[in-house]
Ligand binder design. Structure first.
Ligand code: GAL
Length: 695
């Protein structure tokens, strides 16, 4: 790591090291070794619902899929009533035929368990399995996700059909993986859920005294005599400890809901078949790091409902998903042109669907599956984008998807056993996000926006960011940024302190180190258990309804939404920026401070910086740590990604803009395909290159 005080103060800069991305091989190498070695490294395909169509049609569908360059189909999710039309009577013949036919066409198959859509016989006979909303109303039949995640009966029935499927397809040569349920989400507030809530709290706190203490229940006479007095709530004016524990409980309940199915699948399935579930973009419903502990890979669904892409936002979410397991993932669903649930379901522009596929792969996707293959004649999603029209003929988007599939499956040998690697990590903390959402204190303090405000300039300038949990091993990163680490446990603080003392540079954003994991204020001012290390603390925080000036190392700018006054305590602390706030509390007060600690450093940014200051701070931090992009000075529309591994380095360049942009390549780069000509990347173009300097 290269740094000096002169650098910090903005003086002459050290030469930048070439971007030798130093991340060591992680889980991927070991993981890949256990996979089907003979299977294509990149899966391309679609969600296929053969049960919507007569069997005579399937052959044509599969031929059209192969012609689209697909090598994968996903089947089975939502098909419960077609697989078990009455309790205990299983009708798997049609799915057997569909999977066998897919196999004959050389396709890989992902089998989805159908628990997101319980059949009518089940909910009619066992109404106790239906989900209950917080207001007490019970869900009815006709949609999906109307089950209670807490219902043991429902889990048993979902486990039974998952087990039947696993026994049939767990050794099938075409089946490469399992998707449990679909986009797990809404919690339930039924009696069984309440009982699980009480058991969860008893396990978490041990004694009711401990819970009373951690939740400060003297406040408003909330004292509990026993766990079974504690109400189950997710919102409203409730104890912040209770509301944060509600999220911990939904995490635990969804995790064991998913694990109940994972167990029965694994008992019958080839261990080389992956077990996953498909999650939703930026979903706040549960801690996704925790949920993925017991799964093999992460998978997620990305849609742009209004049809306008914001590439860094999508990039950040891809990096978060890759971070769930520090392992390559699948984009299990993405739109074949348009969604159908936005306000204006605009179709993406020509080229953008292909861009999105390459973007996913650039961030570590090993599979890209479209939703969906063909619209059903009826059902709730008739307007949704699909590869085929209702007449069974290709829609205009089919050609573009076929192009992306041909390119990506063609590049699969090059991409095999490679994964994105970066020298910058960003910490994503679900606890912190929830704690701020519970008490935003400013209506515009949106944790994801705060996160992506940091991510944008760091990603653009470093061209690689990993997203990690607060407990992840971060020793390999010279720079770790935690935008709003509001909730910080003592162990996490000790972990971060070891990182800094070991030579790392930790950057904390506003609201960091304020709460413990029961959502109680730390006895010290922010950053709480890291205040000693920082050698400064927050004297006061202010929600802003008007911008306030800031001046210092990062130039002059304005901050909005949030500003904290820092009080320096350590003699070796540098004040990097102060506020200009004539007549206000913040005038002349420190806003950004930084302290060297041996070879390491801790920096605290006490305000929500504007974009210009954010970009300058990113430049400064990256320079201090000697982190350089692989393609310097790339236009903001250009996304540059590198995947490396197995002695290879692959550069993927995507032009997200509507105009051609210059793209200067690093020495030794060899074009492998795409739209790069005469040093320029076409509008909405993609190109990929092999870099000369393998690992
Ligand atoms: C996803 C879901 C799919 C389909 C798609 C359309 O969220 O998993 O089943 O509904 O949305 O938007």
């Amino acid at each position: 790591m290269m740094r000096s005080l002169a650098l910090l103060l903005g003086a002459a800069l050290l030469p930048l090291s070439a971007c030798a991305q130093t991340t060591p091989p992680l889980a991927d190498a070991a993981w890949n070794a256990t996979r089907f070695a003979d299977r294509p490294a990149i899966a391309m395909g679609a969600a296929w619902y053969p049960e919507h169509w007569p069997e005579e049609r399937w052959e044509t569908d599969l031929q059209l899929m192969r012609a689209a360059g697909f090598n994968t189909v996903r089947v089975g999710e939502f098909a419960w009533s077609s697989l078990e039309p009455e309790e205990g009577r299983f009708t798997f013949d049609w799915l057997d035929s569909a999977i066998d036919l897919a196999h004959r066409h050389g396709m890989m198959v992902v089998v989805g368990t159908p628990s997101a859509a319980p059949p009518a016989w089940l909910t009619a006979k066992y109404p106790d399995t239906l989900r209950v909303d917080e207001d007490g109303s019970r869900a009815g039949h006709g949609g999906r996700r109307h089950f209670s995640f807490a219902s043991q009966r429902y889990r048993d029935m979902a486990g039974r059909i998952a087990g039947e499927m696993a026994r049939r397809y767990g050794k099938h040569p075409a089946v490469v993986g399992w998707q449990i349920d679909n986009e797990i989400g809404p919690p339930s507030f039924d009696a069984e859920a309440v009982a699980r809530w009480h058991a969860f709290l008893a396990q978490r706190y041990g004694t009711i005294d401990e819970l009373n203490d951690r939740w400060t229940t003297q406040y408003w006479s909330q004292h509990y005599n026993s766990f079974d007095q504690i109400p189950l709530h997710s919102r409203g004016q409730h104890n912040p400890g209770l509301l944060l524990d509600f999220k911990h409980w939904t995490t635990a309940t969804w995790t064991d809901f998913v694990q109940d199915q994972a167990r029965v699948i694994r008992a019958a399935a080839d261990p080389r078949q992956f077990v996953t579930t498909n999650t939703m973009f930026w979903n706040a419903g549960f801690d996704h790091f925790a949920l993925h502990d017991g799964l093999d890979i992460a998978a997620w669904d990305k849609y742009l409902e209004e049809g306008r892409a914001d590439w860094p936002d999508t990039a950040a979410n891809h990096d978060l998903v890759r971070g769930y397991k520090n392992r390559n993932f699948w984009l299990m669903e993405t739109q074949a042109g348009r969604a159908d649930w936005g306000r204006i379901n605009r179709a993406l522009d020509p080229g953008q669907v292909r861009e999105m596929a390459w973007q996913a792969v650039g961030h570590g996707a090993n599979g890209v599956l479209y939703w969906q293959w063909r619209n059903a004649a009826g059902g709730q999603e008739q307007y949704y984008g699909s590869l085929l029209g209702q007449d069974g003929q290709p829609a205009p988007i089919y050609r573009e998807i076929a192009q992306a599939s041909a390119e990506l499956t063609g590049a699969a040998p090059l991409l095999a056993d490679t994964y994105p690697a970066a020298q910058v990590a960003m910490i994503f903390s679900y606890d912190s996000r929830w704690a701020i959402d519970i008490q935003p204190h400013h209506r515009d303090f949106a944790p994801i926006r705060q996160f992506t405000d940091y991510y944008r300039p760091l990603r653009a300038q470093a061209q690689g960011v990993e997203v990690v949990s607060p407990d992840a091993d971060i020793a390999r990163f010279p720079l770790v940024v935690a935008p709003s680490l509001n909730v910080l446990t003592g162990e996490q603080a000790a972990h971060l302190e070891r990182y800094v003392r070991g030579g790392g540079h930790l950057v904390l954003g506003p609201r960091s180190g304020m709460k413990d994991d029961a959502n109680a204020l730390w006895p010290q001012r922010q950053p709480g258990p890291l205040a000693e290390l920082l050698g400064a603390r927050v004297a006061q925080f202010y929600a802003l309804d008007e911008p306030v000036g800031i001046t210092g190392t990062y130039g002059t700018d304005q901050v909005a939404i949030w500003a904290e006054e820092l009080v320096p305590e350590a003699a070796d602390l540098a004040v990097l920026a102060t506020y200009t706030d004539p007549g206000g509390w913040l005038d002349g007060k420190p806003a950004v401070v930084s302290r060297p600690l041996g070879a390491g450093r801790i920096t605290y940014v006490g305000a929500w910086l504007g974009q210009a200051a954010m970009a300058r701070i990113a430049t400064d931090l990256l320079r201090q740590e000697g982190i350089a992009p692989v393609v310097p000075d790339a236009h903001p529309d250009l996304e540059i990604a590198v995947r490396q591994g197995a002695g290879k380095r692959v550069l993927i360049a995507i032009n997200h803009g509507a105009e051609a942009r210059p793209l200067a390549l690093p020495p030794g780069a060899r074009a492998e395909g795409g739209d790069w000509t005469n040093g320029s990347l076409a509008a909405h173009g993609v190109a990929w290159f092999r870099l000369g300097d393998g690992e």
